[in-house]
Each structure stands twice: as structure tokens, then as C-alpha cells.
Design a protein around this ligand. Sequence first.
Ligand code: SF4
Ligand code: SF4
Length: 159
Amino acid sequence: MRASFAARIKNGYEHAAKDCLTCETKGACCLDAHFVNVRVSRLEAAAMRDAVGELPLDLRKRVAERTVVAIERYGLRSAEDADAATYACPLFEPGIGCLVHSTAKPLPCIAHACYERQEDLPPDEILDSAELAVANLNWRVYGKATAQLSIPLAVEGVG
Ligand code: SF4
Ligand code: SF4
């Protein structure tokens, strides 16, 4: 599902977006604590944990350190903020980029790019539809709806 969604975004929309390879503020989109509000299903969290678990030890340690900081700093465990809080993503590694880019990148991250013109953005319905398909799969795997998790809570303790 993730690969199919990524292909749809790449083939249909990304040609109109700024090239991340030439970005002068690489990672701003992942580290902006006022912007990142990605939440993932339990199933996606499991994929992320597997992906992080396979990283080299030094990277896992850095993810673990950033994760602890993010949960505390942005109040991600508090029930009040659980669904709304924004945060800097611990999976962005300077010099590398998204550490789960090709393994477990969440759908909103796949859909995100910097577009000059509003009309070039992928329609919200495409993301909504892909998220619904993942939610249905999540339900089939776990037998119930499960809470959506911020990325730091999704990968907590893996390092
Ligand atoms: S999405 Fe935008 S801010 Fe993020 S790396 Fe690409 S061009 Fe830069
Ligand atoms: S999962 Fe990857 S693309 Fe998404 S915010 Fe984190 S580092 Fe950025």
C-alpha cells in the first residue's frame, strides 16, 4: 500500500514540487516542531519499529536519544495533547535524511513536498483514501481500532 501510494504521488504530482536534493533547508519539514503532526496506526508503528531496529547501532542510539527528548519536550504522552501536539521528528538524521524513507515512511510524509502553486498539490482525498485502506488493514490485523501514535511514541524504546 505504501509503495503504491508513493508511486502515485511520485508519478502524478512530485514533478511540480521543489527537488528535496537541492533544498537549502533540508529537513526543515521534518524538524519543524510547529509543523510536524504526523500520527500513525499501530501497524505502521510496527513497521517503523522494525525499520529502526535494523539500523546500525549508532543511528539507533541517536534515534532513541531524540525520541526521549521529543516525548518530553513536546508533551506527547499527555492525554490532553496526545492527538494535537506537534514535534520535531526523531527519525530525521542530518546528512542522511529520513531513516525510514524506503522502509516505513508514513503516508503524510510521502505526500508532503514543497509546491509553489496550491493547485499542484496532491488532493487531500488521495491521502484520506490511502489512510483509510491502512486503517482497515490495521483493524484486520489487530481485530479492533487502535490509537494513532505520534512518531516518537511509535518508536519509543527501540534503540
Ligand atoms: S519537503 Fe521542502 S523543506 Fe523538506 S527537504 Fe523537500 S524541499 Fe526541503
Ligand atoms: S518519518 Fe521521515 S519524512 Fe516523516 S517526519 Fe520523520 S524524518 Fe521526516
